[in-house]
Design a protein around this ligand. Structure first.
Ligand SMILES: [Fe+2]
Length: 382
């Protein structure tokens, strides 16, 4: 279509000539200016009636990428030509039936799906950026799993930690699961109440490393899996807040020397699974606090699940119409029950043991710890 305005003329001329002119001159080390382009245009199109200044104005806008190309209305003959092209292309993609009665002379009826030649169809979409990964299966790690969560080093309860771990040692577990918030990371939080701590980040980290070292002395050979909790995640959030450019250079699990102690790290976005039991720290499952978090998690997700995060032993189960029973357990903590940031909370202490059978079913035992002692069936509360 013939350009009518200077803008259209500039689009047409620049589309056709500018890229090659630019690259030609760049080879000679010359960068073509808008003035030079205007000179060139005026020389090659002398009789358009547009001034050099008008050329330059539209060239400047064009090179800035600021030209909005309005859709030109095609002539009727172009539309008819395009329709014929479309029909030719369609017939090369679809095998259209030869209809002796020619009931569809324009060829616009959809072809019989059975006659579509799938191999010739060119429909495709680009790869996705989505990164969801299936739960990590831990079945191969053994049959008896110990679960501890929410120790919150260095504001842990030392006697509770000792009691839980020695019990798990006696239980002869095959695998130990650290279900998140093992570290408190209080120095790196942005929560206002935690700004003045009695210890530095370096001291927090040293306490955590000492635990990791002792853990490997207590359990020298069994697999140990560390699920990231929201408090571990504070480390990454801190780095990103302070210096996003360093994200990836400072990694929490490296600071804690997990790899050196052969402890497997599972990032917060991943679920774990032992047989039919799902595992997560609990902070990314779409349920806040409240009276019975286990019931809320069961209603929301409807699977067998164990989480930490809420610092209070809770359990809920339900039978569905197809006679399947699902249950959710909230693992209690091993942290100080009266931390500065929440001195009168109602958390309790304990840990869990999961025993897996060969068909994927499992048994969950949840133990309470009180005053540094593991409560058994005959112990008295109070
Ligand atoms: Fe926690």
């Amino acid at each position: 279509m013939k350009p009518k305005t200077c803008k259209e003329l500039v689009i047409q001329w620049c589309d056709a000539n500018l890229v090659s002119a630019e690259s030609e001159l760049l080879k000679q080390g010359v960068r073509i200016t808008n003035d030079m382009v205007a000179d060139l245009m005026q020389k090659s199109l002398p009789d358009t009636g547009f001034s050099w200044e008008t050329y330059k104005k539209w060239i400047t806008i064009y090179r800035r990428g600021g030209i909005v190309r309005t859709k030109e209305q095609p002539e009727l003959s172009e539309i008819i030509g395009q329709m014929a092209d479309n029909r030719r292309e369609t017939s090369s993609v679809f095998v259209v039936k030869n209809d002796p009665l020619d009931l569809d002379p324009l060829g616009i009826a959809p072809p019989d799906p059975e006659e579509i030649d799938i191999k010739k169809m060119m429909f495709d979409v680009p790869d996705t950026y989505s990164n969801y990964q299936a739960p990590i299966k831990l079945d191969g790690y053994g049959n008896k799993f110990g679960i501890v969560s929410d120790i919150h080093f260095p504001i842990h309860d030392r006697s509770a930690v000792l009691a839980a771990h020695s019990y798990l040692k006696k239980e002869n577990i095959d695998c130990l699961i650290l279900l998140g918030d093992i570290m408190d990371t209080g120095n790196l939080t942005r929560h206002a109440l935690r700004k003045k701590l009695r210890y530095t980040w370096r001291e927090e980290l040293e306490v955590g490393r000492a635990y990791i070292r002792s853990l490997r002395v207590l359990f020298p050979d069994i697999p140990i899996v560390y699920f990231e909790g929201n408090h571990e995640q504070w480390f990454t959030q801190f780095i990103v807040r302070q210096a996003v450019q360093l994200d990836g250079d400072y990694i929490f699990q490296e600071r804690l020397e997990l790899e050196a102690h052969k402890i497997e790290w599972i990032a917060e976005e991943r679920l774990g699974k032992i047989g039919e039991l799902y595992i997560h720290h609990g902070h990314r499952l779409g349920v806040g606090g409240g009276m019975n978090v286990a019931q809320k998690l069961l209603d929301k997700h409807g699977v067998n699940l164990v989480v930490g995060h809420f610092h209070r032993a809770m359990e809920a189960s339900k039978r569905s119409l197809d006679d399947k029973v699902h249950a959710v357990w909230v693992n209690p903590c091993l942290a100080d029950l009266h931390p500065d940031y929440n001195p009168h909370g109602n958390g309790n202490q304990g840990f869990g043991v999961v025993e897996l059978s060969s068909d994927g079913r499992f048994m969950m035992r949840q133990y309470k710890v009180m005053n540094g002692k593991v409560l058994g069936e005959k112990e008295l509360y109070g």
